[in-house]
Design a binder for this molecule. Structure first.
Ligand SMILES: *Cc1c(COP(=O)(O)O)cnc(C)c1O
Length: 463
């Protein structure tokens, strides 16, 4: 092990150096991978130095998600205290189903969940668990809602058609989950938004009434805190009133921006969150922990047990339910995803998490002002969002993003809202500064000015 740890540190140092010198890895044509790196698995062992050489090559040619020029998806950067915790969880290799096997790591998980329940404003009965990601958290929320609507569905399957509601701008996992829980995708209703991309509570109510009149049983509403493209917040407070009126489960998908619970300054974006039945957020997005770090909390933990606990005597041999978190999880063996958030939180405190969140909003405001005040940019979406959406000089967003990627200049993605297509810059790397944001625009503008001719033909495609 000592030799491999030394190798780890050597490769890590090379990666850190390369992140500075070559922040964007030149992409490899997927059909030519083996010409660049020997990925083949063979019958015979290879010499250690050759092994290390190949491994180093593989690491250095992998896209760099922690560099300062990575703005592609809703994660980025590297919080070193969280990395430390994650590395230790790998060394410890506990499975998070029982206290017998995970010991104080169960306490780590419980402390985080209790803390988050308190911040959200859930009461004494609340609970939660770590999941394999936001999609899985949304799945668990929907499944608990199904069983809360009718516990017999677990044994008998559906005996009447249930309907669920989510905004047209919500994450695609909600659609997949509608099929996974057996209700059928066709019984998921997509509620329109206002022109900022926020769900219209009035349209929600209208659709619920229509479904009731047609013999359906509405049971679940998914509200989004930070929509995947525009990063805007559905009006949780207004939606909660509709949910209460028709006795529907309200789940808040905060995978992207649920982290705002840590900020006194921005928390009003989640106004009404304490009235929800379940809420999730990904610490691997706003809080910069390594993937995956996703928490779901529920106002009444009995629903977690109702949906996820099958008594398995061979497994649960000691301690009470509260210390055997396997009774609330989907999987059996489960990686310890809590320690990395705990090491980060322990080291910088709740105030440190708040500073990170506030910093991300400051960075995004800075980026928004830059594009908004610059005549060559067209801006889309909200001025209070971590997603800054724009087009530059009328160039087609997907063409520009792809060219920047292929020429290893910047890693950034594009998105759509209604009829507009645009570049989406995300401010989720709390290690970034305003200078890094300016560097992004400088790279983009320099690239376009050097290649302007090749973009002329694409302009017409942009709306
Ligand atoms: C990222 C995201 C998800 C999915 O989370 P994963 O951890 O990638 O599964 C769900 N909802 C929203 C709003 C997201 O932005």
């Amino acid at each position: 092990m000592q030799e491999d740890l030394k190798t780890f540190i050597d490769i890590a140092n090379k990666l850190f150096e390369d992140e500075q010198n070559n922040p964007v890895t030149a992409p490899i044509n997927p059909n030519e991978l083996n010409q660049h790196i020997d990925l083949t698995l063979n019958d015979n062992p290879i010499a250690y130095n050759e092994f290390v050489e190949t491994l180093t090559k593989l690491v250095l040619q992998t896209p760099k998600t922690s560099s300062k020029l990575f703005f592609n998806q809703l994660f980025g950067g590297r919080q070193s205290k969280a990395v430390l915790g994650d590395l230790l969880s790998i060394l410890l290799n506990n499975s998070m189903y029982t206290y017998k096997v995970a010991g104080p790591q169960v306490g780590v998980e419980k402390e985080i969940i209790n803390k988050i329940c308190g911040i959200v404003g859930y009461g004494e009965e609340s609970g939660g668990t770590f999941t394999a990601g936001g999609s899985m958290s949304n799945f668990k929320g929907m499944l608990m809602a199904r069983d809360a609507a009718d516990l017999k569905i677990r044994e008998q399957g559906f005996t009447k058609p249930l309907t669920a509601y989510t905004s047209i701008e919500s994450h695609y996992s909600v659609i997949k989950n509608a099929s996974f829980i057996g209700m059928g995708k066709n019984n998921l209703r997509f509620i329109p938004t206002n022109n900022k991309g926020e769900m219209l509570a009035s349209e929600l109510e209208r659709q619920i009434l229509e479904d009731i009149a047609n013999g359906f049983t509405p049971f679940f509403v998914n509200a989004t805190a930070g929509t995947t493209v525009l990063g805007v917040f559905d009006p949780i407070d207004e939606i909660s009133i509709v949910c209460k009126r028709y006795n529907l489960w309200l789940h808040v998908d905060g995978a992207y921006c649920g982290g705002v619970i840590f900020s006194k300054k921005h928390k009003q974006l989640l106004k009404g969150i304490e009235k929800s039945d379940s809420f999730n957020f990904n610490a691997h997005k706003m809080l910069g922990t390594p993937l995956v770090c996703s928490v779901i909390v529920v106002k009444n933990k009995k629903y977690l047990y109702n949906s996820f606990s099958i008594d398995a005597d061979y497994l649960y041999q000691t301690d009470g339910d509260d210390f055997n978190p396997g009774k609330t999880s989907f999987q059996c063996g489960r990686k310890n995803e809590a320690l990395k958030l705990w090491t980060l939180w322990k080291s910088i405190g709740t105030n440190g998490l708040e500073d990170m969140v506030n910093h991300l909003f400051d960075l995004s405001k800075f980026a928004y002002n830059y594009v908004n005040n610059h005549p060559d940019y067209t801006v889309y979406g909200s001025d209070n969002s971590l997603s800054i959406c724009f087009n530059y000089k009328g160039i087609d967003a997907s063409d520009l993003c792809t060219a920047l990627y292929e020429d290893a200049k910047l890693v950034v993605g594009f998105g759509n809202f209604r009829n507009d297509k645009f570049i989406r810059l995300v401010a989720v790397n709390a290690n970034n500064t305003e200078a890094d944001i300016l560097k992004f625009f400088e790279e983009l503008e320099n690239y376009v000015s050097k290649n302007e001719n090749s973009f002329l033909s694409t302009k017409t495609k942009t709306k």
